[in-house]
Design a protein around this ligand. Structure first.
Ligand code: DGJ
Length: 730
């Protein structure tokens, strides 16, 4: 890991363990991109700039002697709008005169150890300054009096570059930031595929791969949250790249609101990628002396295929984004009452579930929606965080005492950002929600969204939630968020700042999450947004696990968890065993298969344990025991995807290998019966010379045999058959 500046050539070179990133300051202070990819030595790369001549239609800046320096035809580092580069731009300002032609020129730079915090925003961190190096390049738009700091950090041991932008108004008049993307990379070629993750409620992060095309493609959200529909994570890779081979670039945004990732292939077959806050419905007034910080983008390069990239992200997220005591210790195995009871629970019912769960080794009961005010359906009461003692006799205290007597912990559901129209809170403060004066307020699950851009609203929610958390022995919070934003306006802001509300809302959510998680450091916070509707690196900074999806059908979960694993580790994916037939898909599924699939995540149950059969109880006991045993390998190990459920319509498989390669955990699921199918598979990531014993049969194999010959799982496996096969080094 190092960052260097070559004074003669005016080049910056960022080296990670196996990758290099090179930029150059050229004529007139234009900062140009030179290279990003596998590690290269210190050669002068300026020969790569091609002088495409297209005189009339690619105007050049006056600093160039001739037309051979058109910004439009050459790679740029942080391209601006309106001054000669017609491709997608990363940055644009509206000056007091109303014009948006923007131009940034190099001023100075600084290289230092460590990594700064991003003001009000989640980002990667290091615990020891010596583990990171940062480069800050100061650029300036002279006319607008805007200083723009481009920040690049690397962390020891990773092939990742963390980027963000800061904008400072050093003039005497306000200007407006129209866009400030977090990163931009120009590639010399167009021979890439893009992989992205789309979906909907109950079907998040479905993986799609397609070649990039001439023109612009965009993966984005303008729903106010990162969303079920698209994820702020994309991959650019060689057409030939596989899980194990080929050049792969990942782009993940540490942000939970409106985002945009654009890919443009220009007429010269060059590819540009930009990622950051979505400029649609965004405009930020920056007054003299004020600073704006963009979210952090995490770029990963892998020459070892898509799997190599994923394993980098997994470690970065686990060790440099997730925080708090649950980053390092095993999370409790829980039973959540939602699908067992929905709103119709009584104290007796909860006690019965807890009584059934405790002897099975389950460590926590999570009381989901419906414990407060008069909430007996989804039409009322969110925001009125007062225990409904008619439903919960003795309140939370009695429940937590009961759980303590069973050696179990209590977890509780909240939806802190939301208010029901039918609630005392809304009746008292109808202007505390996002709204536009005079316009109808759209309804989402009978609720509105609290205006968390306002400090007094944030303070109110902080106090209300804290009061409940202090009232009983609560060890876990499920923080849900069940609607997207509409009529995004704030009563507290003037007209020329209304387009700041989307981003200010996200900053408010982060501030509230920071206050609650730091005030209650012993509580494990789980994120949720109708399942995985806000499943992003921003959220993982506060919540080390997120409810991956409301869809717990094992076949659907194979896809959802497999797609999610391209960017995110098993440690952040909450996964529960639910009832059969499944409540979302109505599909019947063996208990074992449900358990095998849920084991690849933050494990728990979501069904009425008090009514399952004795045989099923024995299975729960065994699954819980097995999860505890395999936890370290699954949650902290290296993940290898083996058979892809998106392209294989017969079965799927994945594997975790412990960091020291002493254990491998293989999971496979047959998703469609095939007459006379053969099921054999090759493992990955093992110590080739070591001997591994398969736990059940006791049979021993060499690591290189398992990886090159594979193992035989049998013929004619029936649909929905699954297993977890464990190999221990002997
Ligand atoms: C949506 C979540 O994803 C569910 O798990 C559950 O908590 C419901 N909300 C409760 O309203």
């Amino acid at each position: 890991m190092q960052i260097t500046y070559n004074e003669n050539r005016k080049t910056f070179k960022i080296d990670t363990e196996n990758s290099s990133y090179v930029m150059i300051v050229r004529k007139g202070g234009h900062l140009q991109h030179m290279y990003y990819g596998a590690y290269v030595g210190d050669d002068d790369l300026e020969y790569m700039f091609s002088d495409v001549i297209n005189e009339s239609f690619t105007p050049w800046p006056p600093c160039a002697e001739d037309s051979h320096f058109a910004l439009d035809t050459q790679p740029q580092e942080y391209p601006c709008n309106g001054t000669g580069d017609y491709r997608i731009s990363a940055f644009s300002l509206e000056m007091p005169c109303g014009n948006s032609a923007t131009s940034l020129k190099y001023v100075s730079h600084e290289i230092f150890s460590g990594k700064k915090k991003l003001s009000g925003l989640p980002a990667t961190y290091v615990e020891d300054e010596a583990d990171a190096v940062t480069l800050e390049i100061k650029m300036r738009d002279e006319l607008a009096c805007a200083d723009v700091i481009l920040s690049y950090s690397v962390i020891k041991g990773y092939d990742a570059i963390m980027r963000h932008t800061r904008v400072l108004n050093s003039g005497k008049a306000p200007f407006f930031i129209e866009k400030a993307y977090s990163c931009c990379v120009d590639f010399n070629e167009k021979d890439y595929d893009i992989i992205h993750f789309y979906g909907t409620w109950a079907a998040e992060r479905q993986m799609e791969r397609k070649p990039v095309i001439q023109g612009i493609s965009e993966i984005a959200s303008k729903r106010g949250s990162s969303s079920h529909n698209h994820n702020p994570f994309i991959v650019l890779c060689d057409h030939m790249a596989t899980e194990d081979f080929g050049s792969v670039y990942g782009f993940a945004l540490c942000y939970s609101g409106n985002f945009s990732a654009k890919v443009e292939v220009d007429t010269f077959d060059q590819t540009r990628v930009i990622m950051g806050i979505n400029p649609e419905d965004f405009k930020w007034k920056l007054s003299p002396g004020e600073e704006f910080t963009s979210p952090e983008a995490i770029m990963v390069y892998s020459s070892n295929g898509i799997g190599g990239m994923s394993r980098q992200y997994h470690k970065i997220i686990r060790k440099h984004i997730c925080r708090g005591k649950y980053r390092d210790i095993r999370r409790p195995i829980l039973i959540n009452n939602w699908e067992a009871t929905y709103f119709e629970f009584t104290t007796e019912k909860l006690y019965a579930i807890a009584d059934a769960a405790a002897p099975l080794g389950i460590e926590m009961l999570v009381l989901d929606d419906g414990w407060f005010a008069t909430r007996n359906d989804d039409k009322t009461s969110i925001g009125d965080w007062i225990v409904n003692e008619n439903k919960l006799q003795g309140g939370l205290k009695a429940l937590s005492d009961k759980l303590t007597s069973l050696n179990m912990k209590l977890g509780l559901w909240f939806e802190p950002e939301i208010v029901s129209f039918d609630s005392d809170l809304y009746r008292a403060h109808p202007d505390w929600v996002l709204h536009v004066e005079g316009r109808d307020r759209s309804i989402g699950r009978y609720t509105a969204v609290l205006d968390l851009s306002r400090k007094e609203v944030e303070d109110y929610v902080f106090e209300a939630v804290s009061k409940i958390l202090r009232s009983a022995d609560i060890s876990y919070v499920k923080w849900d968020f069940n609607r997207n934003l509409t009529e995004v306006g704030s009563k507290a802001l003037p007209c020329d700042q209304q387009k700041e509300v989307f981003h200010r809302y996200v900053l408010g959510v982060y501030s509230l999450a920071e206050r609650l998680t730091s005030t209650f450091p012993d509580i494990l916070f789980e994120g949720c947004s109708g399942g995985g509707g806000r499943f992003d690196c921003g959220m993982f900074y506060y919540f080390p696990q997120i409810w991956t999806s409301d869809d717990t059908d094992a076949f659907e979960r194979c896809k959802i968890q497999y797609g999610s694993s391209v960017g995110y580790p098993a440690s952040v994916m909450s996964a529960h065993v639910s009832a059969s037939p499944n409540h979302q898909t109505f599909r019947e599924m063996p208990f074992k298969t449900r358990g095998d699939v849920a084991t690849s995540g933050a494990f728990g149950y979501e069904l009425d344990l008090s009514i399952i059969s004795e045989e099923e109880k024995e299975m729960v006991k065994a699954q819980v025991e097995r999860y505890k045993e395999l936890y370290d390998t699954i949650v902290n190990g290296d993940n290898y995807r083996l058979i892809d459920p998106f392209t294989n319509n017969r079965w799927c498989a994945w594997e975790y290998v412990s960091e020291d390669k002493s254990q491998a955990v293989l999971t496979y699921v047959v998703t469609r019966f095939k007459v006379k199918g053969r099921y054999h598979i090759k493992l990955k990531g093992l110590d080739p010379d070591a001997t591994y014993r398969e736990k059940v049969s006791g049979r021993c194999y060499k690591g290189n045999t398992l990886m090159n010959v594979g193992i035989n799982l049998g013929n004619d496996l029936h649909e929905a058959h699954s297993d977890i096969v464990v190999f221990d080094k002997v």
